[in-house]
Design a protein around this ligand. Structure first.
Ligand code: FMN
Length: 291
């Protein structure tokens, strides 16, 4: 079967990807979906953010529900590169679905070491999470620092020839960073990560949770970014933000995205991928969209 989309070596059977951090490390995927359902509906997996060394993440509370949204403050808990490769990668690869590794680093050297660490593995690509703070620059997020992103992409490209995506933050100099990514040989932009947000969990004494907002609340904001970025850059855009239905997904595609990721949809219902693809295909036919 002809792939739905090919970007460098990455071949997607469908435009749907599972977004980073919203489906664990794949431990429970086959509790809800058959291997066939996974293979025929999920274009690619994007792993949880993987760092060089294990990370414990933040203390609770880590999740806070808002009207139409979810604030998360997981703190990028993950087992680190070596344990991930030994204990989780073999099962993920056994699904025969393209696998993209989301990388989390605190300095350029971390991202480079991680990319090198995956070179000998059968993974299809990497996605750089630039919402991480750059410790060498006093903790300012890579996403606020176009020069930092330029160096990051240049250095990673030196060691990584396969599919390379940058996951943009929706805040900061987004357009400037997108253009830098295009110039420096990135293959696709993931638009976008969560929005900085705060929830009040105690009034007196005041207790707050600071984290990233996702879910339907962010869909109109991210759709606007996708729409405008699609007119500014030639790079394929992968939309991510608030997709819960086939109609949401199609809205991203007609606004200029070539593929999309689903995040909180997986938390609400782990079979969402199948439902979203079915619904999207019906709507495409009904409206005569995309051939
Ligand atoms: C619980 C949770 C954990 C997440 N972990 C990561 C992560 O490790 N790396 C990353 O780049 N994005 C992470 N994200 C962001 C999602 O991948 C996605 O981009 C975002 O939630 C927007 O999509 P959605 O509205 O469909 O959820 C996380 C989101 C949630 C809700």
């Amino acid at each position: 079967m002809r792939p739905y989309l090919k970007i460098r070596n990455l071949e997607l059977k469908t435009p749907l990807m599972l977004a980073s951090g919203t489906w664990g490390l794949g431990e429970n995927l086959d509790l809800y979906l058959t291997k066939e359902e996974i293979k025929s509906n999920i274009g690619a997996f994007v792993s949880k953010g993987i760092s060089r060394f294990p990370k414990k993440g933040n203390p609770p509370p880590r999740l806070y529900e808002t009207p139409c949204g979810l604030i998360n403050s997981i703190g990028l808990e993950n087992p680190g590169l070596e344990v991930f490769k030994k204990d989780y990668l073999p099962k993920l690869l056994s699904y025969e679905v393209p696998l993209i590794i989301n990388l989390h680093g605190e300095e350029v050297e971390d991202f480079v070491a991680l990319a090198e660490g995956f070179k000998e593995e059968k993974v299809d690509g990497i996605e750089l999470n630039i919402s991480c703070p750059n410790v060498k620059k006093g903790g300012i997020a890579f996403s606020s620092d176009p020069k930092g992103v330029k160096t990051l992409v240049k250095e990673v490209r030196k060691v990584w020839e396969r599919f390379l995506a940058v996951k943009l933050s929706p805040v900061g100099p987004v357009y400037e960073i997108a253009e830098i990514c295009e110039k420096e040989g990135v293959d696709a932009l993931v638009v976008a990560n969560t929005y900085p947000a705060l929830g009040v969990i105690g009034l007196a004494p005041l207790k707050v949770i600071k984290g990233g907002l996702s879910g339907p609340a962010i869909k109109p904001l991210t759709l606007r970014l996708v729409y405008e970025l699609a007119q500014k850059v030639k790079l394929p855009i992968i939309g991510s933000g608030g997709i819960l239905s086939g109609k949401d997904a199609l809205e991203y595609l007609v606004c200029g995205a070539k593929a999309f990721q689903i995040g909180v949809a997986n938390l609400i219902d782990p079979t969402s991928a199948v439902k979203i693809i079915q619904e999207m295909e019906e709507l495409k036919k009904k409206h005569g969209l995309f051939g």
